[in-house]
Design a protein around this ligand. Structure first.
Ligand code: ZN
Length: 88
């Protein structure tokens, strides 16, 4: 099954390619922070807590998640079949 989840990387050693050298990751949110203070602040933030709740609720189907995310799954009504009718 295909997912849109990107692989979240946590370097095993300090790595300059990551904010904070990858030392302050939030795995739940797939984010890196620049220092412990920033990570701490993030962990107490609404966005992070919301994310944790979402992770605990696997009930959503992918389609529902997309619909909720505003991507929608609107299917336009079928076109009336007029193309093969001759106009006299
Ligand atoms: Zn987080």
């Amino acid at each position: 099954m295909a997912t849109h989840v990107k692989t979240f990387q946590i370097p095993t050693e300090p790595d300059d390619d990551f904010p904070g050298q990858g030392l302050f990751p939030c795995q739940a949110c797939s984010r890196h922070f620049i220092d412990e203070q920033a990570l701490d602040k993030h962990i107490r933030s609404k966005a992070h807590k919301k994310r944790l709740r979402e992770l605990k609720e696997p009930a959503y189907t992918h389609a529902e998640a997309e619909a909720a995310g505003g991507l929608g799954n609107f299917i336009p009504p079928k076109r009336r079949k007029t193309s093969n009718m001759e106009v006299s």
